[in-house]
Design a protein around this ligand. Sequence first.
Ligand code: GTQ
Ligand code: FE2
Length: 360
Amino acid sequence: MTPVEFEAQLEALHAELAAANMAPTWKYVSEFVSRQPRTSYRPWLWKWHDVIPLLMRAGDLITPERGAERRSMEHVNPDLKPFYTTSHTIATAFQLVRAGESAPAHRHAAAAIRFAAKSRGGTVYTKVQGERLYMEENDLLLTPAWTWHEHHNETAHDIVWLDALDFPLVNLLQASVFEPGEGEVAPPKADGHSNRAFGLFRPAGWAPYPESHPLIRYPWVEMRQALANLAGERGSRYDGLILEYVNPANSGPTLPTMSCRAQWLRPNEATDAHRATSSTVYYVIAGSGSTVIDGTRFDWAPGDVFVVPNWSWHEHRNGDGDAYLFSITDEPVMKLLGMYREQPYVADDGSHRQAVRAQF
Ligand code: GTQ
Ligand code: FE2
């Protein structure tokens, strides 16, 4: 066989394989199993001051009476527009519930968390499986997969919170289910039921401890105090003092698909860079600083939201005050599936911090 004949026969074979819905691994193996994780989207940052005026305009235009089930706005990564998602596994949104409004009960396969970004407290709550979870500012509430949830604001003030859902992952797995609620969706429970019965202490043998997510409200005052108690510690070289919101039933992550964390960056603290196969969305609770992601510096201030894609180098640099970040990561998914990997960053000169090439 001459080289020319060989090429012709190979090309003919490839064409017939394609026609038979087969693909030659010898040609495409690097498409199937790439040498490094491939990330299909870029880091991005949404400024509070750009986004909130839009949410307020929706507050006037979109009302429950006009059939809006929820008044929330998704943070859509410019590279993930067809999916309306923030990272490839997590979608965050800001939701506005005006004074006196409520949003009806529903449940879905996608799990959700709410972080009460702007609340003046009082009778504003999400009812989860019949239990009212009140929202003081910066509290974390959980709506685990397939739990009934409805929102109520009985105060005289508007509330804005951050939603995070795992629907990108649910949709990738083609497992989405949604059910609207009608009438009483779950037997009512007393206020504080979960935290009293299933929090730090549990009934010893005389009442069931069945719920896979017993704790569904995490007050900010307690997280803030827990961080303050660690003031003398160095913390993580990549994140400073960072704590995970734990599921007390199994000491595992907040939810099977999303781990929530809060971190305290002390004045002028600068962390080392690393990357991991997980992706993370951050919400800035307080303070201002920057995060360098793959050589681009993202400056953040209170209320801003930014996404660190999977396998992207990132490090945090705080300003000269205290900073607090809240974050949601898909790390538990990757760990559960045995796909979690991380790598420390080392520059040619041995430094663990990135050179900044561009500024967002
Ligand atoms: O509040 O139940 O941002 O179901 C997206 C889907 C919020 C909610 C979102 C939802 C909700
Ligand atoms: Fe929902």
